[in-house]
Design a protein around this ligand. Sequence first.
Ligand code: HEM
Length: 411
Amino acid sequence: MNIALDTLARQPLLADITLEHIPQLDAAPAYRELPAEAGFKRILLPSGHSAIHLTRHAEVQALLLDNRAIRAPCNEEGGPSFLPTITPPELLLNNDIPDHGRLRKVVARDFSPSGVALLRETVEQVTHARIDLLRQQPRGADLFSLVLEQVPSTVDCQLLGIPLADRDYYRPLSHTVQVASDADVPELLRQFWGVYGYLTDLVTGARPSHADGLIQRFVASRDDSEPPLSDKELVGILLGVLIGGDQNILSVLTKAVYVLLAQPALYRSLVDDPQRIPQAVEELLRLLPLGTISTFPRLASSDLDGPWGLIPAGSVIYADAFAANRDPEVFPDPLAIRLGRQDGRHLQFGYGMHNCMGAALARLEITTVLQILVERLPDLRLDIPAHEVPWVEGIILRRPTRLPVRGFNTP
Ligand code: HEM
């Protein structure tokens, strides 16, 4: 069967499209299910720990809001984790109250919706420039490498104030870090410390960065924190920006575009009504986690009362935002992709004190790129069947690696 007929044969009506019509989208879970115990669903984490598995939206939201469910002990050698290694304690995600608040305050303004709005023009410029380039390519050109991959990485360099040329060095490292494979842990650590060392050089001034970028601004205002921020703390904060501001946005942006192109009626609906894009982005975000996990485990520092009943002190808990985002009590017909859905709040960016610091930036970039794509490339289509699109599988990074397309040459 040729591609056009193959695609046609699989196309449901817009209103009937569900996740089941999008090949390869959901990963196999990163945990193994265990028998329920004392009224709680249980899972086995890759670290070998048994964890309480919260899947209902109300429970996941309440757990993520509960500061007695702490992170630091999960980042100790031998602690409960999805990752094959521990990470530096200075990372925001590894901190609990009160230290977390002191570190998080540093990024609050730049990552607020009004703070990231200053980057909109850059997002637009790079997206337009890369689409111009795509237009000069023959059918089958790769939308991923030619357009999508360029946007978050360019914006992130401008935000941080680092030279674009540095991308060739640190991006392969940050890619490996987010894939977080347990196949070769010494190599994973080597690459992690490579990107960590790169950022340390920028913070200490051993490598050049622009005066108006976040790195130099955060260094210059380190004494505003009480006590002043150490180099390690600055690196811990900025590592989230260097990696998350690039790889995280790219993963969800790529999957969002993939979903729309895998079922062309979805893409067409946004071409016909681009006003719906911000709402459509929320529905896509609801369905698209970064990788194979959606949050990191917590440890109950005391007995936790809540909508789940009573979780005993010392329990490991996985608040599964992926499952919560498909809770039929909050999202009726949860597997249906309804780009105009107006149900409850999804938890794809987490909730509570560790809620994603880059949420506003991710929303800005994904929305802007989609707006430009549908406006300039209304006839865009995948050039291979969706089930043949290649993917990279990782713990925090899981996405298509290529999106060969056609229908982009019309002016
Ligand atoms: C669509 C893209 C993104 C998704 C789906 C996402 C998802 C998440 C989730 C679920 C959490 C909370 C994890 C937990 O509570 O265990 C989180 C936290 C975090 N994210 Fe994102 N993220 C995205 C983009 C970004 C971007 C763009 C950045 C940086 C610019 C970033 C940096 C961080 C950091 C530093 C934290 C830890 C915050 C804290 O502990 O206070 N992420 N993210």
